[in-house]
Design a protein around this ligand. Structure first.
Ligand SMILES: Cc1cc2nc3c(=O)[nH]c(=O)nc-3n(C[C@H](O)[C@H](O)[C@H](O)COP(=O)(O)OP(=O)(O)OC[C@H]3O[C@@H](n4cnc5c(N)ncnc54)[C@H](O)[C@@H]3O)c2cc1C
Ligand SMILES: *[C@@H]1O[C@H](CO)[C@@H](O)[C@H](O)[C@H]1NC(C)=O
Ligand SMILES: *[C@@H]1O[C@H](CO)[C@@H](O)[C@H](O)[C@H]1NC(C)=O
Ligand SMILES: *[C@@H]1O[C@H](CO)[C@@H](O)[C@H](O)[C@H]1NC(C)=O
Ligand SMILES: *[C@@H]1O[C@H](CO)[C@@H](O)[C@H](O)[C@H]1NC(C)=O
Ligand SMILES: *[C@@H]1O[C@H](CO)[C@@H](O)[C@H](O)[C@H]1NC(C)=O
Ligand SMILES: *[C@@H]1O[C@H](CO)[C@@H](O)[C@H](O)[C@H]1NC(C)=O
Ligand SMILES: *[C@@H]1O[C@H](CO)[C@@H](O)[C@H](O)[C@H]1NC(C)=O
Ligand SMILES: *[C@@H]1O[C@H](CO)[C@@H](O)[C@H](O)[C@H]1NC(C)=O
Ligand SMILES: *[C@@H]1O[C@H](CO)[C@@H](O)[C@H](O)[C@H]1NC(C)=O
Ligand SMILES: *[C@@H]1O[C@H](CO)[C@@H](O)[C@H](O)[C@H]1NC(C)=O
Ligand SMILES: *[C@@H]1O[C@H](CO)[C@@H](O)[C@H](O)[C@H]1NC(C)=O
Ligand SMILES: *[C@@H]1O[C@H](CO)[C@@H](O)[C@H](O)[C@H]1NC(C)=O
Length: 612
């Protein structure tokens, strides 16, 4: 026996507590005493869940177990969830997706739409498209107003807004002073972890045409330049900030977990395991419902195992998983037909689903410097070169996201259909400094690239939908996907508003900057009648994948809603919900930033409760 090992044994060092986080790959690896070992159980190791796990375990006096349905996020073959430009290969479908689809959507020609969600550590932050946009101050103030908790207002959230972002230099190191305003972004000083950056690869010709349009006579009024869309108002066209740092995806797994594994013996993670339902405490009487136990399974015919948290269960299974688990628990609307006993009737669970519908337009262009130049399906040699460059030093076109610029605009009030709709239904936006729709500019064909030609895409996303959908169960098993109905364009205002954005994109490309560049509209709607345009929108609208609202927060005394403003499950002691499902309104922005911000505040709410 080596002398050093002998010494260790003699000193009894094997009894010393662990010094690092344990990653269990299946529930059979859990220690015998895991049943009552942890203070907090976080359900879902996704975007929000890993923020909670990280911040709670900053205090060594507490312990956390994260339970994640998917697997580990950093295997060598996982290029598609690591290299930014390859994100379109990460979903829909493939090993990191839940593979959901929607119900047939009557508002969009009865399409059944692919509805990806991350099935991997990091959750949807491991497969998303990186746009880091907070929405507007009015978005947050509206939530504060609705919930009666001024802590959710833009001003009160400022410390968390800064803590949820660590601005870093772009992959190519260029000067970004005319692309963003540093003082509105987070930095190391705020103990921020999530690396972000301005675009890391210049798409010279295309970039200058997009930005050039904002200063062109006759166009700058409708399409003004906005130096920073994250400063509180978002109106205008500007440069995107992405959740990319060092030319690599910044997911919650990479930024809130991986660097801490060696330092946090109080943080354990259980992978490849689903929470099937929550189980009420046995001491419950009708007046005082409390829950500290989760039931976990690894396959449909597995014998469930129960684990109990000493302090709280935090549900962070996302806007589909969270309502599914609540409904399976019997917390929700009557589930009698599925033989799930009701523990508390709450018809708001799974309702109020809000998502952003999105529709593309594609033009063929007079350029050879579009994505098509290095796509693997087009030119394997060129792809091998850019891949090698990325592997060498994390630069080049693969270090960049799908969009270098985004635009945020209000519906066009010189269109009589728009003014009539505003008059009839009111304004769905949170305020006059908040965009109704977004334009996203891509230097290539966003979708299945044809075998020839060069392209550009403008995607229009409706940011302020009135339509509301739902999540409902089809069975009493966690292994059966729920019915997902985003109700896209089911509200008449939404159709008028997305069409307004679609037409704005068509005006944008009539600026002289696009002369000699755009050859023709590729999707065959050039010069079409408004009826054909309407039909095209209904035929081709998809999701921007920003589902929220299915376990909405509301005021303490409200007669609807699922969680209080402190994110506690209404009527239950011991459970909080922290993920996109608690947002009662979708922001005028992509949803990852607001989820990180809300999770950072939620971690402090939980720490305050327990004196951590
Ligand atoms: C393709 C795509 C592109 C996107 N692009 C952008 C973008 O560019 N910018 C942006 O801001 N937003 C984007 N989004 C949306 C954004 O990423 C999400 O809103 C956000 O990540 C949601 O975070 P969450 O914590 O609510 O849920 P998630 O991150 O989805 O976390 C939920 C976790 O819970 C796990 N889970 C679920 N059920 C169970 C169960 N029963 N037991 C155990 N674990 C469970 C899941 O596997 C997952 O890991 C995109 C989304 C998609 C799908
Ligand atoms: C659980 O068991 C492990 C050994 O498997 C031990 O190190 C740890 O102290 C125990 N924890 C509790 C809370 O009993
Ligand atoms: C941990 O708990 C002990 C005993 O209650 C206390 O003295 C100590 O300050 C706590 N440490 C932290 C980091 O909270
Ligand atoms: C990554 O994407 C490519 C191209 O779509 C695909 O062939 C490959 O299987 C994907 N890899 C994984 C691990 O999903
Ligand atoms: C989604 O489908 C892929 C195969 O394309 C599979 O590997 C993956 O496990 C599926 N996801 C789930 C949650 O079953
Ligand atoms: C959509 O489906 C409904 C119900 O099946 C049907 O009545 C309607 O005609 C369909 N609409 C389209 C555009 O196909
Ligand atoms: C909500 O908004 C209304 C109208 O603007 C205002 O009167 C009220 O004070 C606000 N309530 C809260 C809690 O902010
Ligand atoms: C940058 O943001 C700060 C803080 O919001 C603001 O005071 C300043 O005017 C902004 N600078 C520019 C150039 O917009
Ligand atoms: C950036 O990536 C390179 C290449 O893998 C690596 O050597 C370097 O340490 C990374 N830098 C940071 C700050 O992560
Ligand atoms: C493919 O890419 C290589 C390397 O960039 C280039 O030399 C070649 O001309 C390209 N082929 C075609 C057909 O464009
Ligand atoms: C990165 O590597 C490429 C070659 O693959 C080289 O052309 C480029 O100059 C390098 N960039 C930096 C910043 O080192
Ligand atoms: C393509 O660009 C070239 C030079 O920039 C120009 O001469 C030509 O007219 C353009 N073609 C079209 C179809 O716009
Ligand atoms: C819309 O889809 C219908 C049914 O597939 C098709 O007949 C029609 O031509 C499409 N219209 C447009 C403008 O795409």
């Amino acid at each position: 026996m080596p002398k050093s090992l002998l010494t260790c044994l003699q000193l009894g060092l094997w009894l010393l507590p662990a010094t690092r986080a344990a990653i269990f790959n299946s529930k059979t690896e859990l220690p015998q005493n895991a049943t009552n070992k942890y203070d907090f159980i976080v359900v879902g190791g996704g975007t929000a869940g890993l923020v909670i796990a990280n911040r709670l375990t900053e205090n060594s006096n507490t312990s956390v177990l994260v339970i994640e349905a998917g697997g580990f996020h950093e295997n060598p073959q996982d290029m598609n969830i690591t290299i930014p430009f390859l994100t379109t290969h990460a979903s829909p479908g493939g090993p990191f997706d839940w593979n959901y689809t929607t119900t047939p959507q009557t508002g969009v020609s009865n399409q059944t739409i692919a509805y990806p969600r991350g099935f991997v550590l990091g959750g949807t932050s491991s497969i998303n498209s990186f746009a880091y946009t907070r929405g507007t101050s009015e978005d947050y103030d509206r939530i504060a107003n609705l919930t009666g908790d001024s802590g959710w207002s833009w001003d009160a959230l400022r410390p968390y807004i800064l803590k949820a972002e660590l601005l870093t230099p772009p992959a190519d190191g260029h000067d970004t002073s005319n692309q963003l305003n540093v003082s509105v972004h987070g930095s190391v000083n705020t103990s921020a972890l999530l690396g972000t950056s301005a675009p890391g690869f210049s798409q010279k010709d295309f970039d200058s045409r997009v930005i050039g349009t904002t200063t062109q006579e006759g166009f700058q009024e409708e399409f003004p330049f906005n130096l920073d869309m994250n400063g509180g108002t978002n109106l205008g066209i500007g440069w995107q900030v992405s959740s990319i740092s060092n030319g690599t995806r910044s997911s919650s797994a990479r930024k809130y977990l991986a660097p801490f594994v060696d330092q946090r013996p109080n943080l354990d993670v259980l992978l490849n395991t689903r929470v099937a339902r929550l189980v009420p405490d046995t001491s419950n009487d009708a007046q005082n419902l409390s829950i500290h136990t989760v039931e976990i399974v690894s396959s449909p015919d597995d014998i469930p195992l129960s684990l109990s948290a000493n302090s709280e269960v935090v549900l962070s299974a996302g806007a589909i998983g969270t309502p599914q688990i609540l409904l399976l628990t019997g917390y929700g609307d009557s589930c009698a037909n599925l033989s799930i006993p009701t523990i508390l009737s709450n018809p708001s669970v799974g309702q109020n689903l809000s998502d952003h519908p999105a529709v593309s337009q594609i033009w063929s262009v007079n350029s050879t410097e579009t994505w098509e130049a290095f796509q693997a399906t087009r030119n394997e040699t060129a792809f091998a070169e850019v891949l090698e460059q990325w592997q060498n030093n994390r630069t080049g076109p693969l270090s960049d996201a799908l969009f270098n610029q985004l635009g945020w605009l209000r519906v066009n009030e010189s269109d009589p259909d728009v003014t009539a709709a505003l008059e009839e239904f009111g304004d769905p936006s949170a305020g006059v400094n908040t965009a109704h729709f977004e334009l996203l500019f891509s230097n290539g064909f966003l979708g299945d690239t044809p075998s020839e030609g060069n392209y550009m895409t403008i995607l229009t996303i409706l940011s302020t939908p009135f339509s509301r959908g739902s999540i409902t169960l089809t069975s009493s098993s966690i292994f059966d996907p729920p019915l997902i109905d985003p109700a896209f364009l089911s509200h008449p205002f939404d159709f008028i508003a997305i069409r307004s954005g679609f037409l704005a994109a068509r005006r944008f490309v009539t600026a002289p900057t696009w002369d000699n560049y755009i050859i023709s509209q590729f999707d065959n709607i050039n010069g079409s009648s408004i009826d054909e345009i309407d039909q095209f929108i209904r035929n081709t609208t998809r999701s921007a994948y920003h589902v929220v609202g299915t376990a909405s927060m509301s005021a303490k005394n409200a007669d609807w809603g699922v969680v209080d403003p402190d994110l506690r499950l209404k009527g239950v002691e011991g459970v909080r919900v922290v993920d996109a499902s608690v947002l009662p309104y979708t922001p005028s922005g992509h949803t990852e930033a607001i989820v990180y911000i809300l999770a950072e505040r939620a971690a402090d709410l939980i720490k305050d409760t327990w004196g951590l």
